[in-house]
Each structure stands twice: as structure tokens, then as C-alpha cells.
Design a protein around this ligand. Sequence first.
Ligand code: 6MZ
Length: 341
Amino acid sequence: METFCSKLPKIELHAHLNGSLSRETLKKFGCADNDILEYNQAKQTTLDQVFDIFKIAHQATSTKQNLYESTVKVIEEFASDNVIYLELRTTPRKEADMTEDEYVETVIKALLDSESSDIMVKLILSIDRRHTYDQQVETLKTIIKYKKLYPDVVRGIDLSGDPTKGAFFRDIFEKARRNELFVAMHCAEIKNDAEVMEMFDFKPDRLGHATFIHPDFQGSAELWELYTKLQIPVEFCLTSNVVCLTSKSYQEHHVREWMKANMPFCLSTDDKGVFDTTLSNEFRIVQQTFSLNKEELWKISKNTLSYSFATDRDKNVLNEKLDKWKLANIKILKHPYYICL
Ligand code: 6MZ
């Protein structure tokens, strides 16, 4: 099954660029060994602590050249994990050597230079919820500017950052939507029923984490009922939640409620560098924890594609790839028994 999860063509929809840098990339850009150890947490941390860790990556990507090379490297690493479609997300920021515009241009250039027949890459630009309203408005202007310049590359907007701080400003995301950006939103990464209600009312295209929604997971019957009506696809990041202690264990991860109720979800890495994981690893964990078969794992990939922000044309190309792969790799002998090679 490990080999199957690794070979399976996968779709990654929730990956933060500066949380996805590998140890090798950090070392190359002069990070101290201690910092690399701290960044590359295979051990336990907490959600509070994790947000300081990104500063290490931000130092490494503070010049245009390093940012470019880091982005290319992250894409290469996803491609070698058999990710065939990647929506990479990052927060535009300025540095001594770089304006916010140059930051976005550098990432876009790296994306365009990295696309190959193996991997298709799109960009989601993030708004950091810790920023003030005015700062968020400024970032939105940058995001809309690049959406207009590169409509096929910049596909969506995301709200992320430390969930214990800052706020969700609905009008910012309404404006983003009017400008043809799809909206992904970190939601219920900590318990915050009032904010979840506001987000549900806005109805983002996808939710990240959705940890505290189901009543068995400190949510409420009301929230869950509303969610089951909305059925917004959720990007689950199991290792991230277990490492940050917002989920007790893989067995007790809320993904199980989505499986039971047949609600839409996908699997993602969140920050593959920080959490020392890969998308294949996330599939393997879910397979082992919930005893999924090959067909079910493939179906997760297939469903994930339909939740992506890709154009219909791109979805058709990728659907064909997934179907061909299934025909060649999952043999169906006689319904309803499957023999998987
Ligand atoms: C919320 C997260 C996150 O944007 O500089 N980020 N936001 N929850 C999480 N769960 C652990 N993991 C990462 O990548 C790093 C930034 O992504 C967001 C944070 O804002 C972090 O600073 P970029 O490429």
C-alpha cells in the first residue's frame, strides 16, 4: 500500500509555500542547523508555537533569487511525490530586497518555469488574518492585480495565519469573489463557533482544517447540520493537526466524520517541511487508519480534482490522466469484487 500511495497520481490543494521548504533548501540558503531542526518538526509542537517557525523560512526566502529557487524546488519535490496538480499558496510580503509585487512576480515566474507534463501548478494568494483591515485591503489590491495579469495562474485567495489572532473581514472576500477569485478559508482550526457561522454564511469554495465543527469534536449540532447542508469541501491536514495537538490522534481525527457522512474532503500536507510529511504519506496514514482500499484512495484523488480551482479544460486533461492510471493500475475483475494489483 505504501508503494500504491506513492505511485497514485495525487492532487494537492492546501500547501503553504514557506511551510513546504525542505531541510536541503533551508540549508542551501544558509539557515543554521538549529533553526532547521526547529523548522522541521517531526515532533510535537502547538499551534501557538508553529507560527514562529515560519520566520525561519521567511529569512531563507527574503531575496528574489532564493524565493525563486525555493519555489522551483518545492514544486520539484511535489512532482517527485507524484502530485500531478498542485495549488501552492503564499502570502505576498515585502522584504528589503523585494516589493510585494516583486514577491508575487517571482513566485509566478517560478511556477511558469516549473510546469511540465508531470505537474500542473496554480497559485492561491493568501491574506494573513493577523494583518489589520487596511493591510488586508492593500494585499487584496495586489492579489487582484495579479489575478488580472495571470488569470490562468492565480486561481484563488486564502485566509490563513494564526487562528487565535486577527479577523475574517467578509467584504474583502466578497470583493475577491467579484474579481473571479475562488475562495479557500482556514476555518475552525481552533474552536470559534461565531466565526465559523460568519464563514458559513459567506460560503467559501473550500475550507481548511474544519476541526471544531462536528459535535464529537467540540463543535455543535447546529454547526454540523448547517455544514451538511452546505457541503463545502474540506482540505484535511492530518499530520499538521496531530503535531499541533488540535487532533488527539490519527484515529480520532475528524476526517472520520466526513467519511461516515459522505461529505466532500481532500487530503493535504499543509506545511510539508514543518510537519515532515508528503502527500503520499498522508494517503498512507488515512489508508492504514481507516482501512481504505485502492479504489477508495484513487477516488479521493479523483474527487479532489473536482474541488480544485482548475479551469474546466485543465480538469478534463487531469481527469483523463487519472482514469488512464486507474485502468492500468487497478484491475476490476468481477463486480463487486475488486482485485487490485
Ligand atoms: C494557518 C498557516 C498554517 O504564506 O509565507 N500558515 N495558517 N494555519 C496553519 N496551520 C499550521 N500553516 C501555514 O507560508 C507560511 C504562512 O502560511 C500560513 C501562515 O500565515 C504562515 O506564516 P507563506 O508562503
